[in-house]
Design a protein around this ligand. Sequence first.
Ligand code: AMP
Length: 280
Amino acid sequence: MIPVVKTIDEVRKYVNEWRRAGKTVGLVPTMGYLHEGHRSLIVRAVAENDCVVVSDFVNPTQFGPNEDFESYPRDINADASLCEGAGASIIFNPEPEEMYDNALTTVSVAEITSGLCGKTRPTHFAGVCTVVSKLFNIVKPDRAYFGQKDAQQLCVIRKMVKDLNFDIEIVGCPIVREEDGLAKSSRNTYLSEEERQAALCLSRSLKKGRKMIEDGEHSTEKVIAAIRAEIESEKLAKIDYVEIVALDTLKPVSEINVPVLAAIAVYIGKTRLIDNFIIE
Ligand code: AMP
């Protein structure tokens, strides 16, 4: 069975041994409750590196006070099977006390963290950047793998790596969806059957928006209105945001004539879901 490693020291022992043998190392940071989306990152990491560490840590510092840290789903045994099946080398599954021993240091990226998810979750990205920096220093990977599902996170991590000169290649991976279009997410398990159906309004609205742009629509306002209308037609859905931003700055654009990210966050009942598409 794949080793489930609980301490930083033990991870370092594995990695040092691999390094001595001249092996390359990939890292896939996750919060566990792994699904096909995570699996696609692990499979890619295994294809591109000799050894792969999957971190499996529900990071308390990236949750706000009224968010779902306590109720976030956890199943380390199922995660271990998935990681083993995908060919990972070890799972790093620390307790919060192992990661945060009276820590006073945080890493935060300015500007690009204030819009989109940062508006509703003002402390989220500092939590993400801090834990990812720590994982980078613990594992010292050659490459680290992130999903486009969390497009703002991917953009923020790329900026952090550039600004802080981490010598790590960041690999972005496409969104994996259910057959009916819903983006896979550990949080989908919160949805009742009725909410699960309602949640299809996210991917459906984005599909509409993308088609408008592909058919030549340049007005952000019109595309956003169409996406909002599609979501608002679903009675269980409540929009957090619908935005179209420049892919590099994450600032809103009025005309779609540069690479853009169309990103949405929608409450389905109490569950907050996100989805997006990119037009290069
Ligand atoms: P999480 O466990 O939700 O923090 O996600 C860990 C990593 O898996 C992040 O880089 C996510 O973007 C990525 N991920 C989550 N869901 C998907 C998905 N449906 N498709 C691709 N990547 C995903």
